[in-house]
Ligand binder design. Structure first.
Ligand code: ADP
Ligand code: MG
Length: 346
């Protein structure tokens, strides 16, 4: 269900700077999209064209199938939430006044504003009495949570956030990420979120748009980006540590199904391995060494991913001991596997 469509969108600033270069991309309703890229890659410019704070030089943007160029910018900005770096509260306003800042600008009746203020404070599980207090009477953490729900108070379906947590320490940041993600899912909002922090993007996004010099370089789920970075640029952005981590995680399948012990040697070719797995009706191999130490888990998806360079089963695991043979050994190994958070599906 497509909500936003960019069609050949280009933005050239006065003086000739091409900030956004022929972007063709679409986002679905209810997605959490993160834009990530180095400073100056065009993230903010791309986002600002969505609520017509900027207009494209070329191309077209559709929201709900409608060309936004034909919409009144003021009206559009009522329909789309916009949060920039500062999620801080106004100190001279009560919590209630802070939460309903935008609803008030939109001239919602007082009754509605009070209703939404209560709903928002309930959402962050703070007592309603707090609505009439001032920010200085709340803890820093409570204030930040209010800052986050304020972005959702105007009931807009689409919310744009430009590095809203940029200035916060990592721990606060992580807890607010969790909060916004939870609320976004609960309320079914579509969020477009700019960040230059890869961990933040990986935490939050359904899909990540990686930008460089105004161009989309890769647009995919966090998992796919980690598993198959499009090029060196993306790899650098992800960083070596996360790439290694991702490769390790690749073998961590959630469902381990073993209907019977299966013995397989590392020399077996990939296709023999697959046919054996099919025949025994297992979709994963638990790999142990002769002492029953867990070496890893391989499932059919892994095999497919590595097929390009691997010829034998041993190539995939990079190990030369490879079997699950004795029933007793299998039981011990399964215990270890379960401890590591895998599910056993008998
Ligand atoms: P990001 O948000 O990814 O850091 P921006 O979208 O803010 O990047 O900027 C993209 C490029 O466009 C940068 O080179 C920036 O200097 C340039 N730019 C942004 N706004 C303007 C403007 N109003 N006039 C001229 N150039 C601009
Ligand atoms: Mg920016």
């Amino acid at each position: 269900d497509i909500l936003i469509e960019f069609k050949h969108v280009t933005k050239i600033f006065k003086g000739g700077k091409v900030a956004v270069d022929d972007v063709n991309i679409s986002f679905n309703k209810g997605e959490f999209i993160c834009f990530i890229g180095t400073s100056g890659s065009g993230k903010t410019t791309t986002m600002r064209m969505l609520n017509r704070m900027l207009d494209p030089t070329k191309g077209q943007i559709l929201i709900d199938g409608q060309d936004i160029q034909k919409k009144d910018p003021v009206q559009l900005r009522r329909e789309i939430g916009y949060v920039i770096q500062n999620i801080g509260l106004m100190p001279h306003m009560t919590i209630r006044e802070n939460i309903v800042l935008v609803p008030k600008l939109l001239k919602w009746p007082e009754e509605e504003r009070n209703r939404i203020a209560e709903k928002m404070i309930d959402l962050v599980e703070l007592p309603r009495e707090m609505l009439d207090r001032y920010p200085s009477q709340l803890s820093g953490g409570q204030q930040q949570r209010i800052g986050v729900v304020r972005a959702l108070a105007a009931d807009q379906d689409l919310i744009l956030m430009d590095e809203p947590f940029g200035a916060l320490d990592p721990i606060t940041r992580e807890s607010l990420q969790e909060l916004i993600k939870e609320l976004q899912e609960k309320m079914g909002k579509t969020v477009v979120f700019v960040t230059h922090d890869m961990d933040e993007a990986l935490n939050l996004a359904n899909r990540i748009l990686i930008m460089d010099e105004g161009k989309p370089i890769q647009f995919d789920t966090p998992d796919n980006i980690l598993r198959h970075p499009a090029n060196k640029f993306v790899e650098n952005l992800i960083g070596e540590e996360r790439l290694i981590q991702a490769r390790q995680n690749e073998t961590q399948v959630k469902h381990v199904m073993l209907t019977s012990p299966i013995s397989i040697t590392p020399e077996k070719s990939i296709s023999e391995g697959i046919s054996l797995m099919r025949q025994k009706r297992v979709d994963s191999l638990i790999v142990v060494d002769g002492q029953g130490n867990l070496k890893g888990i391989v499932d059919l998806e892994d095999i497919n991913v590595h097929r390009k360079y691997a010829t034998s089963i041993g190539d995939i695991m990079n190990t030369n001991v490879f079997y699950v043979e004795k029933e007793s050994l299998l039981r011990d190994t399964l215990q270890k596997v379960l401890k590591r958070g895998f599910k056993y599906v008998p």
